[in-house]
Write a protein that binds this ligand. Structure first.
Ligand code: SF4
Length: 460
């Protein structure tokens, strides 16, 4: 007689992920680990044995959003573990929600997993490999964030990331490349390289080389970019590879030829934050050097299609009207393709809070509006110049057939558009079977301030 084996139902974990793409990568790692241990994911609060809230603690507004998310999870489920950047402020969280089960800080994966074990022990005998190839992904399957390091060696006066996350710790290059290779084999067609300071990758390990496919490869941005550019999807296509959070150190010049060679997507995300030397000095920004405009011009000669995205802060303490005007004039010269603007907001614990000469709110607002007007005009002119061209586009979403004429539309992005932060390419009359993640050549028919409109190029 055989004794029936009862496999206990696996515990279910709910996850709320707030904050930046880096926090999303952390959430993915935690979920991958938990799935490997036999946990299941719950899509709602009610079905979860425990809920993880991955918080953001960067700006005060983000903290408030994190506290609201914790409050919602407490009200809906009541068994809540808090992790992420705001986990470093356990006392604030516990004062408001004394019954949270555990609070752990950013990147304390083992602690989070242990807290989940304590709250909902893993089912014994989970012998099936529950982790899909490439891990659990919260981003759509065709693009993935690839985190290459944690922490930062700089001390920008408005930023508390180094005190939250510590100094730069780079991942091994072979581990990064292995992860990228798996992601691409599992369907990723666009890799987004992220960190706090991508151009500093490997500085902490003196760019230690590791063996990769029988060759030594250094932990260095240029080697990384070259290797990522050599990956191929199962269909034999080169994935798009974007570099985010790059500071304009001199060695950045060496990745531009890789764009011209087609190994790297011609796109650089460089958070300049300002242009006026006096403001940059008070911000304590890295790689703050005068020749940046000349270098941008040189980059455009080598890779004429390069898109440069950046972000700028207005109303930083001590910013004068002349400093702000300097920034506007600099933008006229630099002609950056994509710009995000922020009004300076003090962050608890940041050195900039003690700086003299705060800028009044109404002046901040007025400068913000002028910055956005200027950058929108530059963007509109740059996009208008693309009308009539045929550009490669990656498809993000395909719509339902129109009820009247059956036509199908799709949303995609050109190489100039990173997901979630830049513009879109809206397509009309695409084939019904077009799959998200496909690469298509698009004839651009129209443009506005942020987006392009077009059709799949005839004969493509
Ligand atoms: S470079 Fe500056 S802004 Fe960026 S994480 Fe480091 S300290 Fe913060």
């Amino acid at each position: 007689m055989t004794t029936p084996i009862t496999i206990p139902a696996p515990p279910k974990v709910g996850m709320v992920s707030l904050g930046c793409p880096k926090a999303l990568v952390d959430s993915e790692r935690i979920l991958t680990k938990l799935r490997a241990e036999g946990y299941q994911m719950s899509a709602d609060y009610a079905g979860a044995d425990v809920v993880l809230v991955n918080t953001c603690g960067f700006l005060d507004s983000a903290k408030e959003e994190s506290l609201e998310a914790i409050g919602e999870a407490m009200a809906e489920n009541g068994r809540v573990i808090v992790t992420g950047c705001m986990g470093n402020e356990a006392d604030v969280i516990r004062a408001r929600f004394p019954d949270v089960l555990a609070v752990t800080g950013a990147h304390q994966y083992e602690d989070v997993v242990q807290a989940v074990h304590d709250a909902a022990p893993p089912a014994r005998g989970a012998f099936i490999d529950l982790v899909p190839e490439g891990g659990i992904k919260l981003t759509p399957r065709h693009y993935s964030y690839l985190k290459i390091s944690e922490g930062c060696n700089h001390r920008c006066s408005f930023c508390i990331i180094p005190s939250l996350r510590g100094d730069l710790v780079s991942r091994r290059i072979d581990a990064v490349l292995r992860e990228a290779e798996k992601l691409v084999a599992a369907g990723t067609r666009e890799l987004l390289v992220i960190s706090q300071d991508t151009s500093a990758y490997g500085v902490d390990t003196r760019h230690e080389p590791r063996d990769w496919k029988g060759r030594p490869v250094r932990a260095h941005m240029t080697d990384l970019a070259r290797e990522l550019g050599g990956l191929r999807t199962p269909e034999g296509k080169a994935p798009w590879v974007r570099l985010h959070y790059v500071y304009p150190y001199p060695h950045v010049d060496h990745v531009i030829p890789l764009m011209a060679e087609g190994l790297l997507t011609p796109y650089l995300d460089i958070p300049f934050q300002h242009a006026a030397p006096a403001v940059l000095k008070r911000m304590k920004r890295p790689a703050n050097e005068a020749k940046v405009l000349d270098r941008i011009k040189a980059w455009r000669t080598i890779a004429p299609d390069i898109t440069i995205r950046s972000s700028f802060v207005v109303g930083f303490p001590g910013e004068t009207e002349a400093d702000f005007q300097y920034l506007l004039d600099w933008l006229d010269e630099a002609q950056l393709d994509r710009v995000g603007g922020f009004r300076f907001e003090p962050v608890e614990g940041a050195a900039a809070n003690d700086l003299s000469d705060p800028v009044p709110e109404e002046v901040k607002e007025e400068r913000y509006q002028r910055l956005m007007e200027k950058t929108a005009a530059i963007s509109a002119a740059k996009l208008a110049a693309k009308v009539g061209r045929t550009l490669p586009v990656i498809i993000d979403e395909v719509g339902e057939p129109d009820e009247e004429d059956g036509s199908v539309g799709a949303t995609g992005r050109s190489q100039a558009d990173a997901p979630e932060i830049d513009g879109h390419v809206y397509l009309r009359d695409v084939p019904e079977g077009l799959a998200p993640g496909s690469f298509v050549d698009v004839l651009v028919e129209d443009a506005d301030e942020h987006d392009l409109y077009g059709v799949i190029a005839p004969g493509a």
